[in-house]
Design a protein around this ligand. Structure first.
Ligand SMILES: *Cc1c(COP(=O)(O)O)cnc(C)c1O
Length: 373
């Protein structure tokens, strides 16, 4: 134990404060938090960054929108202009939209509002499980089938057995890249109609053509759709949305922090969304490059890519850990998914140049010409 003298306002020594260096702070931490570990978003230096499903294209001209902002004023707590633009884009109404500081924040709001158990297929986006644990709620993961689609029978029995309050379905799914079959999602919506909310997380919908569930929100009492601007070139802003019935929005809105979306993000997002043509062009380039990347990966011996509706491709190799490291040595950063999907790495679709550098490096490694020292 260490004894310290506290100084009063005049600098005189006052009472004695005991500060135990041996004190274990974990004794004060809730048990569900002690066993969590911090989300690893390390910055690994590299030449070609293809690990985080970011867009290779940004919106630098949209930055001009912040020039006239008043830094001394709080942001619009309701993000009115932004919600109006999103509503127009999605052909729904602003009252059906709730803004989040990224969709991560909305996942947290949903579990805070409705509680658990929380159900999702695995492998999927890790935040559903992490946030459930952080909030002390039980989570249940049901394995996908061998095509990475929803395994309906065990999903339905889990709904029956655990009566989850929320079901998260990421479609397209991260990290597998595929959309789940719409029929199966509809069956889950139907089977859980009176027990669970179903959140279809459409973070990658822009790359998936017309397969969106937004148009069903009016007809389905327990459907919520989640979207984000993070994967279409605006990850820096942290802007996500929930689209659902206004009765559901009203409940979640009670726990939303008043100024959760800052003025800069609101202004830049509005400006970028007004240039919808550019946004579509960027998405279209990624979709085209994804096709080329998939074909090229298929040609490499002992590399098995899985078809993707997203802006990344999951592929299987024999020695994922070594190949991940060898690629990094050559300056190319991917995401090693070996823990979640055996033998797999995930590559984000980059610019043509970035994809070419990645493919050349991978080909050399697979031929045994590079890496392994
Ligand atoms: C990236 C991702 C998100 C997170 O989006 P933010 O808006 O950046 O928080 C949500 N869901 C899935 C499936 C993702 O892959």
């Amino acid at each position: 134990m260490q004894k310290q003298n506290l100084l009063d306002e005049k600098g005189k020594k006052g009472r004695v404060w005991y500060n135990s260096l041996a004190m274990d702070i974990r004794k004060f931490v809730r048990p569900n938090i002690v066993s969590l570990s911090a989300y690893e978003a390390r910055e690994i230096p590299c030449r070609v960054k293809l690990d985080a499903n970011e867009s290779p294209y940004g919106f630098s001209e949209a930055l001009l929108a912040v020039k006239s902002l008043k830094t001394n004023r709080y942001p619009d707590p309701e993000a009115k202009e932004l919600r109006k633009l999103i509503a127009k884009d999605l052909r729904t109404r602003p009252e059906n939209i709730l803004q989040g500081n990224g969709s991560d924040e909305l996942i947290s709001y949903l579990i805070t509002t409705f509680g658990g158990p929380v159900l999702y297929p695995v492998p999927t986006f890790s935040m559903y499980g992490i946030i459930s644990q952080a909030l002390g709620e039980r989570s249940v993961g049901i394995p996908l089938d061998e095509e990475f689609d929803l395994d309906l029978k065990p999903m339905l029995s889990a709904i029956h057995k655990y009566r989850p309050k929320i079901i998260f379905l990421s479609s397209p799914n991260n990290p597998t890249g595929n959309c789940f079959s719409s029929e199966k999602i509809l069956k889950i919506l139907e089977a859980s109609g009176s027990t669970s909310l179903v959140v279809v997380d459409e973070a990658y919908q822009a790359f998936a053509g017309n397969k969106s569930f937004v148009r069903l929100i009016d007809d389905s009492g327990n459907l919520l759709v989640m979207r984000t601007l993070s994967k279409v070139g605006l990850a820096a802003l942290r802007v996500g949305f929930l689209i659902t019935k206004k009765e559901i929005i009203r409940e979640v809105n009670k726990i939303r922090l008043p100024f959760n979306l800052n003025s800069f993000s609101q202004a830049i997002a509005c400006k970028a969304l007004k240039n919808g043509k550019l946004l579509k062009q960027h998405v279209q380039s990624v979709i085209e490059e994804r096709g080329i990347l998939f074909r090229e990966l298929s040609k490499i011996r002992q590399v098995t890519p899985f078809p993707s509706d997203a802006n990344f491709i999951l592929f299987r190799v024999k020695e994922p850990d070594r190949i991940y490291r060898d690629l990094l040595k050559m300056g190319v950063l991917l995401r090693n998914m070996n823990g979640a999907v055996a033998g797999c790495l995930r590559v984000t679709v980059g610019t043509k140049k970035e994809n070419t550098i990645f493919l050349a490096a991978l080909k050399r490694i697979m031929k045994g010409e590079a890496g392994a020292q």
